[in-house]
Every structure is written in C-alpha cells, then in structure tokens.
Design a protein around this ligand. Sequence first.
Ligand code: ATP
Ligand code: MG
Ligand code: MG
Length: 554
Amino acid sequence: TPSAPTHFIRNIIEEDNRTGKWNGRVETRFPPEPNGYLHIGHAKSICLNFGLALEYNGACHLRFDDTNPEKEAQEYVDAIIESVHWLGFDWQEHLYYASDYFDQLYEFAEYLITQDKAYVDSLSADEIRRLRGTLTEAGTNSPYRDRPPSESLDLFRRMRAREFPDGAHVLRAKIDMASPNINMRDPVIYRIRHIRHQRTGDKWCIYPMYDYTHCISDALERITHSLCTLEFEDHRPLYDWILDQLSEKVPCHPQQIEFARLNLTYSVMSKRKLIELVENKLVDGWDDPRMNTLAGLRRRGYTPESIRLFAERIGISKADSWIDMTVLEDCLREDLNENAPRRIAVLNPVLLVIDNFPDDQMETCYAPNHPKKLELGTRELPLTKRLYIDREDFMEVPDKGFFRLAPGAEVRLRYAYIVRCTHLVKDDQGKILEIHCTYDPATKSGTAGAETRKVRGNIHWLSATYAKAVEIRLYDRLFSDAHPDTEGKDFKTSLNPDSRKIIVGYVEPSLLEIQAEQRFQFERHGYFVADLADTKPGKPIFNRTVSLRNTWVK
Ligand code: ATP
Ligand code: MG
Ligand code: MG
C-alpha cells in the first residue's frame, strides 16, 4: 500500500525496535468477547492489530475473552471467526480462548492470596459498591480485608468446590481503598456463578473478572503491545499491578497502549445495543444489511477492501472524535467505482414504444462492462420495439433544466439511438402507460452518424421482451438521526422508517445467472450486490449497497 499515515503506536513500536526492548518482536492480539457479532468499530481494532503484525513481520492473536458465560455463545465465536477472515486477516496458529487459562488463572489467584495480595470478601455486591467510595471520597476497607491468608485460601478453595451460592463471596485484589483511581480500590477478581460455560462446561462455578484475566492472558501469550480503546486508560495501573505481582510467574509484561475508539454517525456501536435491535426484531437479525455489523455490511455489499481503506483513512489517535458515515460510504464508492462491472437495471419501469422500429426485430447494441477498463470488454444489449425506461426519466411537463424525455423532446437511449417522444397513452386515472417515440436510424452509438446530432439527455433502457423481473431491496441508513445513541434518549426512537423498500425491478437477462455476492453498478442508480443469504440459483435478489453519490437528506 502507498505509505499509510503513521501514528503514535507505530512510533512506539519503532522506538522499541530501536532499543531492542522486545528483541524486535511485535506480537499483538484482537480480543473480542463472544457476546455478539463484530461491528465496524471492531474493524478499526482488527485492522490496527493485524495490520501492525503484518507490517513488522510479527503475529496477531485472535483471542476470545470468554469469561462471562451468561452472555456468550458458540454462535458468536463462529461469527467472529468468519468476520475476521472475511476482512482478510489470518491468525495462523494463534487462536486462543481466555477460558483455556482458567487453571492457570486460578493457580495465580491462590498465589496472590498466599502473598497477601488478594483476599476473600464476604460482603454483598451492594455493600462492596457502597464502601468503594466516589471520585471525591476515599473508599473504606472491608471488615474482611484483614482476614488471614490461610482463611481466604480455604474459602477460595471452597468457592471453587461449589460450597457457596452465587454472590456469597468474591476474591478481591488487595491494593488501596484510598487510591484516587477507583479501579485500584481492591477490585473484584473472581466471582461465583453457577452457570455452564460454553467451553469448560460445568468444571467451574467461579469465573475470573475481565481486568484480571486480560493482562494475564496477554502475558501468557507473550504479547508485546496490548492495544485497547481509551476507556481502559484508567485500568492500566491495575493491568500493571497484577503483572507486577505475578512477575515470577508470567513470561513477560506487555505494554498496554490506548487509542481512540471509532464513533460513527448514524450508528450505534455497542453489541449490547445491537442485540436490542435483533431481539426486538427491529432488524432481520445480526446480518441484516442495515446493521453496522461486519456480517451486515458484508450482506449490504461492502467489500473487505473498502473497510480496510476506511480504517486506514480514519487513522489512529488518542483524541476521541466522530467520523461521518459518508467517509465510510465514500470508501466503498471508491472501491466499487473502480471494480464493479456495469449493468443496466430499470427500477421503476414505464413502457417506451418505438413506433418506427420493426415489430419483431431485435438489434444488438454493445455496452462496455466498465467505462475506464476497456479490457473488461462489452456485452450485448438487445434493442426491441418495446422497452422499459425508468419513470423518473420522463416528465410530461418538464422542470427547467430537465434534459431527459418529455413530449416533443429528444434523448439518447444509451448505447443505442436518439428517440423523440411523439405521444402518450394513459389509463383512466391519467397514469402514463406508454410513452411513444420515433427513433432516428442514423444516430446509433458507436457509428459515424452518432455524433451528427447532439442531445443533452442520455437515459438507460432495457428491452421489455428480454428483461427479467427480480426482487430488489433498496436499503438506506438504519437511523435518521446522526447521533441516535445520545444520553437520555432511546436510540430505538431514531430508526429511519424508510431504511428498506422492497421492489420488483427489471435487469439484463444475464444477471439471472450470477452468484451470491457478485457486485455491480446499475448505471445511474448505484451499486448493488446479489444478496448473500437469499439469492438462489437463477433467482438473484439484489441489495442496494450505496447510491452513486451522497444524496442523504433528512
Ligand atoms: P461492545 O461494547 O460493542 O461490546 P467491546 O469493547 O465490549 O465492544 P470487545 O469484544 O471486548 O467489545 O472488543 C474487542 C476489541 O475491539 C477491544 O480491544 C475493543 O477495544 C475493540 N473495540 C470495540 N469497539 C471499538 C470501537 N468502536 N473502536 C475501536 N475499537 C473497538
Ligand atoms: Mg469488552
Ligand atoms: Mg461490551
């Protein structure tokens, strides 16, 4: 790729490589919790972590942070694996699960207890919260804080041995209840949960907390640079404290580095909120083409290349900011404009009859598959007496500046002839049924006569005899509000009621034979993809991926 803009994380790696801090090793990880599908925000982190590993000849681990069994499921593990692969990244042998470390995490917890660095607290969750203090007020020691290590160890073993119900005890790190950083006020590191884990089954009824698990997993995997989003900045002292206590036990002490998360307008960016859309059936599942999940973007017609381009373009910084949805859409347009073959579709058909064209004749016209890539060749378009054109390309009383078809006006049928509108046939209600024209046989595109007469309008068409009817799903933004997820507002009230319209349109006959996920530009309409889930052999269903230009007005 042409030199990507550099950023502070790359600078840190360069400096580490210069000083030999990690002996030139660069090992990163992407650590999703399998409690939902990945979204476009995760893509920023994936591209950063896997991208740096590629750039420095290192490795990026895919690690499932699966310590919260009530929210997690194998379906999510599978979907995450598929999405990371789809984006174009590979972890090779480095696929890990935090649950694989449960034995070690437990052993380290016993060690912390024996070192008087952790204790079993028997207060209720409410009491613990109450004694934690506030930003302006120090916390208060639990009455159990000075319990002898031997007693904590005994209780901790009995917690594991299923002797106690949920919530009866927790294990806490013994740090400092007066710390200005609330994360350091004796955080809970283990809790009792009598619940089956999707991988470890019923082996455990105590589960380690995120902060405890995460740093140890990083260290055990010998991660060098542990990249996370800014909300973990004030968890870093805890990350470092835990690894410092375990310095005899773990192979290294990775560096946690925080960067700004992606905030994108017209979207919600948390799995918890995306789940609400799915569970309330406000969308058709996680991969609904309107969802900003990677599975949804894929079905919408986004390419992995466009998402990687987006990640590169938005860059990496330490300052929180908002990215406008058009930035993402423009990355997609750039990619598809370059790579999507052109086809014709008529989405809102009206008949156009060429009165001076022979009744049963078919004449072949040639359309380029790509206007700039002539090596992609041309395809045949059959021209017949009866055609479909898009209703929007005709105005009975044309507005000023409307250069397409109107009574008495001339327009070029793209790749064919110039036609002049002579009269209309309407139904009882005045709706136009047929637009009648005559054509000028001397004006065929690509022939010497084509240039003799200039007309301003140039419209697309399909033969009514040969065109095929297909289902087309016209998608638009899921939210009509740029900031649906704002304090004090239910994001579900900002849904765009016009985010999906299903129509029957006409396409070139060859489009019946395509595969799911093939992408096209339908000339003058936008970019479309054959739906991944619903396309059947001989029966494609098209999704509008994005319009040709940004026309968003709300
Ligand atoms: P969510 O709140 O959507 O569930 P999460 O951070 O809890 O997000 P994880 O599965 O824990 O989800 O995230 C895995 C990785 O992706 C983390 O390192 C996290 O920092 C990163 N990530 C999540 N959301 C974003 C975002 N909007 N921008 C950049 N990185 C993100
Ligand atoms: Mg998380
Ligand atoms: Mg989360």
